[in-house]
Write a protein that binds this ligand. Structure first.
Ligand code: 4AD
Ligand code: MG
Length: 428
C-alpha cells in the first residue's frame, strides 16, 4: 500500500491505497470517489466500461466514510484535490459505513460537539489539530534546543497551585486532592536540580464561565528558569512565541489555507514585543471609556481594546498583587504590584501567557500564603525551596489551545483540542 502523501513519487505506476470515502459522485458511466487515508486526499476515477462488474458494484456500496481499498494508476491532475488522480482498476469495500450523520451542510455547534468523535475527520478540524500538533512539537524543539529539561509534574496534588476558586476536588483515600491547575510549583522545585526546566501537560480549572477562551481541561507548557528576572522572562516569552508562529507558518501553510487564515499579521510576529505597565494600561482604558478600576484584573474586552493598537502580541506587566496569584514576587519599586506579565495576542485573542518572577523571600511568601487563606501546611515543602538555597527565578505558562486559536484564526478554543471539556460537556 502507498500513502496518499507519497503519490507524487508514483506517477505512471499502479499502486494500492486504503482509506475512508470522503465523497462520491457518479455520472452513470464515470464515478469519482475521493479517498482519505490520513496523509491526504486522492480522487479515484472509475470508468464503468473499464472496471469489472465487481468493482463497479463495490463503488455503489462505498457510502461516505466506508473503508475501501483501491488499485489503480497514478496520474498527475491539477484539478484533483491533492494534485493526483487514480485511474481505478479495482476497488473493494472493507467496511461499509452506515448513513453518516455529518453531511456537507450547516450543522449546529452542539450537534457537531455531540459528534466530536466523527467531526474530527472534517477538513477544517483536521487542519486545526494538525497545527496544534505542530505547535506542540515546536514547543518541545525550542525548549530542548535551549537546554531545558522536561519535568513531568503530578496531576493529583495536595497543594492548590493558583486560586481556590476553580478547583476540581477529589477524594484521595480520605484526604482531599485536587486536579492540577498548574505544574509550576513542581517545576520550581526542579530548578535547583536542572537550572532550566519545563512541564507540559493537561491542567484543570473548574471554570463556570462559558466563554470562547475557557476550557475546564487545557494544555499548558510551563518553562521555569533559575536566576532569570522578570525582564529576562519576557524576553524568553517573545522568542518562544515568535518561534512557534514561524514554525506554524513554515510547516502548516496548507492547513492555514484550508482554515482561510490571513497570515499577513502572523508574518510580522518577531521580537521585541511592545510592553505596557498595568497602571498605564488602566489609564489608557479609562480614556477609552472602560469602567476598570486600578486593582482589578483585565477582562477580555479590556484586553481587546489594548491590543487593537498593535500588530504584535502585547505584554502588560506588573499587575496589582490583589489581581494575581500568591507566588509572584513583590515589585520593589511599587509594593502594591508584583513582577509579572500577561502576554496578550492581537486580533482580539487576548491572554495566551501568564508569567512572573517568583517570590523568593521565605517570610514574604509565607505572608502571602496566609493573606490568601491557603492551608499553610500544604505548602511547607514549597517553602523549603526558600529555606535551602533560595534563588531568583521566573517562569510562565502558555495555553496551547488559546495559542492555536490565534494562529489558526478560529473563534472558539473548543475546536483546538481533540475532545474539549467544557462546563456542560463530558462526552464524547
Ligand atoms: O495565567 P495562568 O493561570 O498562569 C499559570 O497557571 C501559571 N502557573 C503559569 C506559570 O507561571 N507557570 O495560566 C496560564 C495560561 C493562560 O495565559 C491561558 O493561555 C491558559 O493558561 N489558560 C487557559 N486556557 C484555556 N482554558 C482555561 N480555563 C485557561 N486558564 C488559563
Ligand atoms: Mg492568567
Amino acid at each position: 500500500m502507498v500513502q496518499i502523501r507519497d503519490l507524487g513519487r508514483h506517477v505512471g505506476e499502479t499502486v494500492g491505497l486504503v482509506g475512508w470515502v470522503e465523497t462520491t459522485r457518479s455520472h452513470g458511466k464515470v464515478a469519482f470517489v475521493v479517498l482519505r487515508d490520513g496523509t491526504g486526499l486522492a480522487q479515484c476515477v472509475l470508468v464503468k466500461k473499464q472496471v469489472g462488474e465487481t468493482t463497479w458494484a463495490a463503488h455503489e456500496g462505498a457510502t461516505q466514510e466506508s473503508v475501501v481499498t483501491v488499485t489503480g494508476e497514478v496520474r498527475a491532475d491539477d484539478r484533483a484535490p491533492g494534485g493526483f488522480e487514480i485511474a481505478v482498476s479495482e476497488m473493494a469495500v472493507l467496511a461499509e459505513a452506515e448513513e453518516y450523520p455529518i453531511q456537507p451542510k450547516e450543522h449546529g455547534v452542539d450537534f457537531l460537539l455531540d459528534h466530536r468523535h466523527l467531526w474530527l475527520r472534517s477538513s477544517q478540524q483536521r487542519a486545526g489539530l494538525r497545527v496544534r500538533a505542530e505547535v506542540e512539537q515546536a514547543i518541545h524543539d525550542f525548549l530542548y534546543d535551549r537546554g531545558f529539561v522536561r519535568i513531568d509534574t503530578p496531576i493529583l496534588t495536595g497543594s492548590i497551585g493558583e486560586h481556590a476558586g476553580t478547583l476540581f476536588e477529589t477524594d484521595y483515600f480520605g484526604e482531599k486532592a485536587y486536579l492540577a491547575q498548574t505544574g509550576q510549583l513542581y517545576v520550581e522545585a526542579a530548578c535547583p536540580a536542572f537550572g532550566k526546566v519545563y512541564c507540559f501537560g493537561p491542567t484543570f480549572r473548574a471554570e463556570k464561565s462559558k466563554t470562547r477562551r475557557h476550557l475546564t481541561e487545557f494544555w499548558m507548557v510551563e518553562p521555569e528558569v533559575a536566576f532569570a528576572d522578570s525582564d529576562e522572562n519576557m524576553r524568553l516569552q517573545e522568542d518562544f512565541v515568535s518561534y512557534i508562529v514561524e514554525r506554524s507558518l513554515e510547516r502548516c501553510a496548507e492547513e492555514l489555507k484550508v482554515l482561510e487564515r490571513d497570515t499577513s499579521r502572523l508574518e510580522l510576529v518577531r521580537p521585541p514585543f511592545p510592553r505596557l505597565d498595568y497602571t498605564e494600561a488602566v489609564e489608557r482604558l479609562k480614556e477609552k471609556g472602560s469602567e476598570i478600576e486600578w486593582g482589578a484584573d483585565l477582562g477580555a474586552p479590556d484586553e481587546a481594546v489594548l491590543t487593537e493598537e498593535h500588530d504584535l502580541p502585547l505584554f502588560v506587566h506588573n499587575y496589582p498583587k490583589s489581581a494575581k496569584a500568591f507566588y509572584m514576587k513583590e515589585n520593589p519599586e511599587d509594593t502594591r504590584t508584583v513582577l509579572c506579565d500577561d502576554l496578550l495576542a492581537p486580533e482580539g485573542y487576548g491572554e495566551i501567557i501568564g508569567g512572573s518572577q517568583r517570590e523568593d523571600d521565605l517570610d514574604r511568601l509565607r505572608e502571602r500564603i496566609r493573606e490568601e487563606k491557603l492551608p499553610e501546611a500544604a505548602y511547607s515543602w514549597y517553602l523549603d525551596l526558600r529555606r535551602y538555597g533560595t534563588f531568583p527565578h521566573s517562569g510562565f505558562g502558555l495555553g496551547v489551545e488559546r495559542t492555536v486559536a490565534w494562529i489558526t484564526g478560529r473563534h472558539h478554543i473548543r475546536e483546538m483540542i481533540p475532545f474539549p471539556r467544557l462546563m456542560n460537556r463530558l462526552f464524547p
